[in-house]
Structure formats: C-alpha cells, structure tokens
Design a protein around this ligand. Structure first.
Ligand SMILES: NC(=O)c1ccc[n+]([C@@H]2O[C@H](COP(=O)([O-])OP(=O)(O)OC[C@H]3O[C@@H](n4cnc5c(N)ncnc54)[C@H](OP(=O)(O)O)[C@@H]3O)[C@@H](O)[C@H]2O)c1
Length: 301
C-alpha cells in the first residue's frame, strides 16, 4: 500500500531502469531523491526512451560520486527506502564489476544501516543460480550484494529481472541498418521487459512482502524471433547473421587480452546469448508495441 509520506532515494537514477523507477515512485505518491553524478544527464531523456527527469519529476537531486564518500554527506538524510540499480551494463569507466556492482552497493548498504533506513531494494538478475552464469563476474558481484543485504539487518527486497527492452532496442537499430547480428544460433528463449513496466514492478516489490521477486516481460520469444520482429515492424526482409558460440568464445579471449573489464562484460553477453532467460510473466508492453513506437520515433515508446 502506498504511503505518501515515504521518502525514497533512487541510486542509478541516470540509468535506463533508474529513470523509470524515479518516474514510478513519483507517480505512486512517494517523495523521491535522485542520486546522480551528472544532473544534466538526469534531466535529458536516456537511451531507448528512458524518460527525462526534470524538476517536476523529482523532489530532490543529489549530485554525488559514489566512488568518493566525501561527496555523499547528507545523502541518506530523512530517507525511508533506498532503491539501487547501480551496476555496469555498458563499460564506461574502466572499472570492474567488483568495483561498481559490489563496492558501490556495499557502500550504499553501509550508509543505509548507519542512517537507520527502513528498507533497501536492490536489482540483481534472473537466473543467477544457473551453473552457466553463476561463476561469471557480474553474477558473483550481484550475489555478493544480495548476501550483504541478507546480513545487514535491513528490511530488504531483491528484484530479479530478465533482459530489458533497452537491449532489445539494439535489435531495431540493427534492423534499420539492414542486418542483425546474433550471438549463438538465436534459439535461446527470453522474456524481456519494458523499463516502464519494470519500474512499477520495483515499486510493487518494495510495497510487497516477498523478499525476492523474479520478473519477466509479458511474452516469451527466442532471440531470433525478436530479431525477426524488428524487421517485420520495419516492413523489411530479415537479414540475420550469427556469430557461432565457438567464435564468440574466441573473441571474448581476445577482448580479455586487451582489457579484463571488457572481457568480463563480453563473456556475459556471449553466455546470455546461449541460455534461456525467462521469468514469471509480468508487465503489459509487448515487444511489437515497443518496436512500433521506436520505429515511429515516439519519445515515450
Ligand atoms: N540490462 C538488462 O537486461 C538487465 C537485466 C537484469 C538485470 N540488470 C541489472 O540492472 C541494473 C541496472 O541496469 P540498467 O540497464 O539500468 O543499467 P544502466 O543504464 O547502465 O545504469 C546503471 C547505473 O549505474 C551507475 N553507475 C555505473 N557505473 C558507475 C560508477 N562508476 N559510479 C557511479 N555510478 C555508476 C550509472 O551511472 P551513470 O549513468 O552516471 O553512468 C547508472 O545510473 C544493473 O545492475 C544490471 O546488471 C540488467
């Protein structure tokens, strides 16, 4: 049940999911503080139709750098709920999953405990227990955060989503250019979800009793079907190329020689192209609707 008096800190507010989460908490009557390291980027729309968070869309903007505790004084002041979707989804800073996904979230948990915050909501990933991905750097660090939360004494919630529509948007971008490239043969099944749907589900999870919630989108499809759908929406004949897993594995080794951080991310992308990622069907926006709106340049797609 919504308590309008509750005050939420959203960490990750400039990210794809974080922008929708700020929007969802505000729409549901909460007071929202957004943590950002770049207020301009918060105010601009994000990639793949993540919303702009302008002055009307948030109650307080806190500019701080989670890697530098001296910039974080007052971050937790009067906060009831901390939400975090801080993590590496695209490599930008040359940092490792341990340095970002684990260390920065651990810092937030410590600060939340010290400030006597009521609840901490963290976004991990669906299927973290699967042997194919359990040992990958991204999974290990997400689950270390989960373990920290379990031991923290905080009332916590873990959201475990499948793939986001932000990743599906790349399929439409490739189809517009005339060719799609898939890792593996494209037969792996997935149930991706729109950030706007997931934002509201994150609020539902915060308000609910379940400590851990897996989340899938409303439809199950193979990676190849999603790629074909992008061509169909554009009225184009599909041209889909695959990078076989053995070749992709070789590429990962090459990337790792150049940069361990990029190697970890590349390894995750390759393995994700191989395994199923299907969660309980939630959300309402279909991938076709999203692609149609993206193709029509609808900024609210
Ligand atoms: N994409 C998927 O399909 C998927 C599926 C399941 C789970 N997840 C998880 O969901 C979470 C959010 O994903 P997303 O797509 O919203 O990611 P995103 O758009 O890349 O956002 C990640 C957030 O983390 C922040 N961040 C990254 N490095 C940082 C650093 N060095 N210092 C401070 N902040 C930093 C980013 O801040 P800046 O904007 O300032 O860089 C951004 O706010 C991630 O943990 C991801 O693993 C993703």
């Amino acid at each position: 049940m919504t308590d309008p008096a509750k005050r939420v800190l959203v960490a990750g507010a400039t990210g794809y999911l974080g922008k929708f989460v700020v929007e969802a908490f505000k729409q549901r009557g909460y007071w929202v503080r957004a943590l950002t390291r770049d207020a301009d980027r918060l105010r601009e729309p994000g990639p793949f139709t993540a919303p702009a968070i302008d002055e009307a869309a948030v109650d307080d903007v806190f500019v701080g750098e989670l890697t530098d505790p001296s910039t974080l004084d007052g971050l937790m002041e009067d906060i009831d709920i901390v939400f975090s979707s801080i993590g590496i989804s695209r490599q930008r800073d040359g940092l490792t999953f341990e340095q970002v996904d684990y260390e920065l979230n651990r810092r937030l948990i410590e600060m939340a405990v010290a400030a006597d915050v009521e609840q901490f909501v963290y976004v991990s990933m669906q299927g973290a227990e699967k042997p194919e991905i359990a040992e990958l750097a991204i999974t290990v660090q997400h689950e270390r955060v989960v373990a920290e939360l379990e031991a923290s004494g905080l009332d916590y919630r873990i959201v475990r989503p499948c793939g986001y529509f932000s990743d599906m948007g790349a399929l439409l971008t490739m189809a517009k250019k005339g060719r799609s490239l898939l890792v593996g043969d494209g037969s792996n099944r997935m149930s991706p979800i729109h950030g706007r749907d997931l934002g509201h589900i994150c609020v539902d999870v915060a308000e609910g009793d379940d400590l851990e919630v897996e989340v899938g989108g409303p439809e199950v499809m193979t990676q190849r079907e999603a790629a074909e759908l992008a061509f169909d929406v554009l009225g184009k004949k599909p041209k889909i190329h695959v990078i076989p897993l053995w070749a992709a594995g070789g590429l990962v080794k090459g990337v790792r020689l150049l940069s361990n951080q990029f190697g970890d991310l590349a390894e995750f992308i390759v393995v994700a192209g191989e395994i199923d990622g299907v969660g309980p069907p939630l959300g309402t926006t279909t991938l076709r609707t999203y692609f149609e709106r993206l193709a029509a340049d609808d900024p609210h797609a």
